[in-house]
Design a protein around this ligand. Sequence first.
Ligand code: NAP
Length: 337
Amino acid sequence: MPTPYTKPAIKIVYYDDIAQKLPSLAGKTIAITGTTSGTGNIAAQTLANKGARLILLNRASQRSTESLQALKSKYSTAEFIPVDCDLQSFASVRKAAIEVAAICTDGLNVLCNNAGVMALKDEATADGFDVQMQTNHLSHFLLTKLLMPYLEIAAEKNGEARIVNHSSVARFGKNLQAKYLEKKGGNLGGDGSRMMPFPGGRWVRYQQTKLANAAFTASLHEKLHANNSKIKALVAHPGLATTNLQQTTVGDGGMGSWFTGLFMKSGQSQEDGAIGIIKCMADPDAKSGDFIGPGAGRMAMKGPVVTFALEDFYNNIETRELLWSKSCEAIAEDFVI
Ligand SMILES: NC(=O)c1ccc[n+]([C@@H]2O[C@H](COP(=O)([O-])OP(=O)(O)OC[C@H]3O[C@@H](n4cnc5c(N)ncnc54)[C@H](OP(=O)(O)O)[C@@H]3O)[C@@H](O)[C@H]2O)c1
């Protein structure tokens, strides 16, 4: 196992002001995937502090147990409901969705598909898909489908509900390709870890997953709008944020620890990185189809968040239809909006 890199200490610049200005979220139920660390953990803290009831969707682990305990002791009056959900397994996602449904008979205000892994080896899940694509997109597609009735209940009651996806500057690169969404895990380009100028297999597969997150948002937005739905679809990116993401990748051999330590000095804090998803979930002015992050371009690694439009390279009929049809094929059911 490669030596994990040491995270550089980076100051929080924008987060405190944004968090303090958020409205009360009392009475809202918000489900977030991946809250053991990083942006999901910061978002859970921020929204609980504003009065929301939080459903924490994590795979069972000591990290999950300990992060729950830490949240409970820091925000003692907040309500945190843990639900086991391993995004590497469709069976686990289905089981989790049944539990969330039982909690949300009065509606689910926000589903935030935050969890992710980066540049892992070319390996298949038990379901046969690329480990990155199933974790980062396909399981979130299934979860969203299964929780849609509860988002609809909340939207009818409150005038809106939200689905928030978490993409990346890594979305830039190749167009979306069908094979990455197919049962071809372990046969999708190998374990090459070069980032530039011709990315190795690990990075191409990660790029496809983060492009899928953006294309999923574009497809949802288009379908919800056509249906006059009150549910909003939004997407964020965190720039380059010092979370555990890079540590997991270093541990898997996808990045060198020395290089990562140097590279991450040009990033921002995990608090500032979480602002995009936090605004997508809780900013009263955020609209369906908004993309929120520290800049729109591929070099947008840090800075104050801006809101920009979904981009043409995935927000086009061909990509939206490819994303939707291959994702439905993967989960072996239709997702009709
Ligand atoms: N940090 C960045 O610079 C950066 C840049 C662009 C995009 N992003 C995106 O930001 C999102 C959050 O990542 P992060 O940076 O906050 O990294 P992180 O600190 O590693 O958090 C990732 C979360 O995802 C969870 N997760 C991973 N595999 C899972 C699985 N199979 N089932 C359930 N949960 C799982 C992790 O839980 P475990 O503890 O169980 O592993 C953890 O809670 C990801 O979608 C990532 O692609 C991050």
